[in-house]
Design a protein around this ligand. Structure first.
Ligand code: FEO
Ligand code: CA
Ligand code: CA
Length: 651
């Protein structure tokens, strides 16, 4: 989230010519001439960024791959919440006795997005007043639970890897209560975070939580089911990957990998939905077997149910009775997350990526304008506006193409009968109007210091042709783009229809020939280059600290021989794009959800699917992080990281 009031102006910096020449030379080594132009725009991007000193003085950790997590010397890590922890009482978790009702009161599986939502010490504060209090000692931790892995959750569970399934209704019911979202009150006491199990805010959102639908697709016949003829009241949310926060104090919950929850034969459903569902892997043969025991998730029994997922969901965590809202204005696809830029008196802009190979990234621009002092009115802003998909031109310019019914190819002739159809089949619509297919767009977020926007592109091994925005063939290491909207640092016009872009980093070992040796890592003023542990691959989630340093979490570094984790780097100034390695996961895990408290003194991270390795099961896991207790399986967990001296994380 970016708020102009908090966005400092910075003097333009001077990028070293050496950096420019290096990137140009590397970029043009094996690519078409267009790439040189894009590298030239790297110069533009860096020049317009803020002057940043190297504020990241922590002692870098090494690339490793073992059964433990790792943080720099001088830091303490605290396991704060794990799958199965009760939100309402202090007890121990016994997975063998877990029931659906018990799981509905306990922290879910595979934690992902984390939002820290401050709680003011004023008992009568409104949600908005809590949120804007910036209290860093007490708050609500809002955490997504992306998906379940029954072979790591249940003793004796068999699935397609074992040649047969033994899915029981009880398994599915527990899984459905282990997905979704958790709201948990936490408080800092003597340098350690405590979970308040008596808090009235503590709450689970699951696959059965009632939600309402807003925006152009609300009530549309393609969202109507036998359980909900209105098409406007949906049970639950799925595939809750990354997310975001709004300036009015709500959280944005993304619905990403929805397809795997649905089975059934696509050829037996209405023709309208067959291609639509295929695009989202809905009904594929290797999906989870929920539909065997719950007809909602069998597309032949309930053909429209899958159209009710793939949206962004907004939740007010400050009101435990609030009903989550599905926001259809932001389109339906595999949303990684959504982050918002809000400037007083201007429309709000919500960036969102579609995490799949050759899919697109988007922004939504509201019809109304943001008024900071009108939090209630602001809640309507995400319901009406225009969704755009990004097109990257070879010369380093970009365009936002509008997804409006009746324009371009989005007409009756091409099967779009309304704006609802455009939004339900957003992938088809964006492809038809000429958006640029990308290498799996994950998080997109705007740096609060230089107001540039960064797009994580995690990887795409299917890429067989290069284009300037996706430079690497068989892209196994991913990359990051930098978008510059018109205007100066801190005053960019994110509502503009055009922008400039450049490749900020190509992930991977900068010394590797197999990656075409096109590392885009920076070079410091004294010749500093990325260290042996500083390079990373497969960027996924990101956040920014108060100095504007970018913190990137990864999902896929084990393919390069080391753990997933967290890397931090300046985005401008002499140390631009020279990452340092801050945190490493235990074997099998990816890192998600990096989130700072407002004071920057605590960093929360999500360690997702620990011990997810070949052959690893509940009964015989490859390790039992974080408890290392024979009575407990490996458990996805949220970790709180602080400096032992209480200072700002990273500095
Ligand atoms: Fe759930 Fe795109 O990672
Ligand atoms: Ca992710
Ligand atoms: Ca991912």
């Amino acid at each position: 989230m970016t708020d102009e009031k908090n966005t400092p102006n910075c003097p333009a910096n001077a990028l070293s010519r050496r950096h420019f020449l290096k990137n140009t030379a590397r970029g043009s080594a094996g690519l078409a001439s267009a790439t040189t132009l894009v590298s030239a725009s790297t110069l533009t991007g860096a020049l317009s960024g803020c002057q940043q000193q190297q504020t990241l003085s922590f002692e870098e950790i090494a690339h490793r791959l073992d059964h433990h997590h790792h943080a720099p010397n001088g830091y303490q890590t605290q396991r704060l919440l794990s799958w199965g922890d009760s939100l309402h009482r202090q007890d121990s978790f016994t997975p063998d006795t877990l029931t659906p009702a018990a799981q509905a009161q306990r922290f879910g599986f595979n934690n992902d997005f984390i939002g820290f939502m401050p709680l003011s010490n004023q008992q009568t504060a409104t949600g908005y007043e809590h949120f804007t209090s910036s209290n860093s000692q007490r708050g609500l931790l809002c955490v997504n639970h992306e998906y379940t892995q029954p072979h790591l959750m249940f003793s004796g569970y068999r699935d397609d890897e074992d040649g047969d399934f033994n899915t029981r209704p009880e398994h599915v019911a527990i899984e459905q209560q282990a997905c979704g979202h958790s709201v948990v009150e936490i408080e800092l006491q003597n340098g350690h975070w405590q979970v308040n199990t008596d808090s009235p805010y503590n709450r689970r959102i699951t696959v059965t939580t009632p939600m309402i639908v807003t925006g152009p697709a609300a009530g549309h016949p393609r969202l109507q089911t036998s359980q909900d003829p209105s098409g406007a009241r949906i049970l639950g949310t799925l595939g809750n990957c990354a997310g975001g926060k709004t300036p009015w104090g709500t959280v944005m919950i993304a619905e990403e990998g929805i397809g795997s929850a649905f089975i059934g034969n696509r050829s037996n459903i209405p023709k309208t939905e067959q291609d639509n569902y295929q695009r989202l892997a809905i009904g594929n043969d290797d999906n989870r077997r929920w539909g065997d025991v719950d007809p909602r998730f069998h597309i032949e029994k309930e053909p429209n149910e899958a159209n009710r997922f793939g949206w962004m969901v907004e939740l007010d965590p400050y009101d435990p009775e609030s009903t989550p809202r599905k926001l259809t204005s932001l389109g339906r696809f595999e949303h990684e997350g959504t982050t918002i830029v809000a400037k007083p008196g201007k429309p709000i802009v919500a960036y969102t990526g579609d995490d799949d190979e050759f899919q697109f990234f988007y922004k939504f621009v509201s019809a109304g304008v943001y008024q900071p002092e009108q939090p209630a009115a602001n809640r309507q802003l995400l319901e009406q506006g225009t969704l755009y998909a990004a097109k990257l031109n070879d010369d380093g310019s970009g365009e936002w193409l509008s997804l409006r019914h009746g324009e371009a190819f989005l007409t009756e002739q091409f099967g779009f009968h309304s704006q609802a159809d455009v939004l339900i089949e957003c992938r088809r619509a964006a492809a038809m109007i000429g958006a640029t297919p990308m290498d799996r767009p994950e998080d997109i977020e705007t740096n609060p210091v230089n107001d540039c926007t960064y797009v994580m592109l995690t990887k795409n091994k299917k890429r067989k042709t290069q284009d300037p925005g996706n430079m690497r063939l068989n892209n196994s290491a991913g990359h990051i783009l930098e978008l510059l909207h018109p205007g100066k640092d801190g005053q960019r016009d994110h509502t503009a229809h055009t922008f400039q872009w450049n490749t900020f980093i190509l992930g991977g070992d900068p010394g590797s020939d197999t990656l075409n040796n096109q590392g885009f890592y920076g070079t410091g003023p004294n010749g500093e280059t990325v260290s042996d542990a500083g390079w990373f691959a497969t960027p996924d989630n990101l956040t920014f600290d108060r100095q504007g340093n970018m913190w990137v979490a990864t999902d896929g570094c084990e393919a390069f021989g080391f753990h997933d984790g967290l890397w931090a780097m300046p985005t401008a100034g002499p140390y631009r794009a020279i990452p340092k390695h801050f945190f490493g996961c235990p074997l099998g895990a990816e890192l998600c959800g990096p989130e700072f408290t407002p004071d920057g003194n605590t960093l929360f991270v999500s360690v997702q699917h620990p011990a997810d390795a070949h052959g690893s099961t509940f009964d015989h896991p490859v390790h039992r992080w974080p408890d290392f207790d024979e009575a407990l399986p490996p458990r996805p967990s949220v970790i709180a990281i602080r400096r032992k001296d209480g200072g700002r994380v990273g500095s």
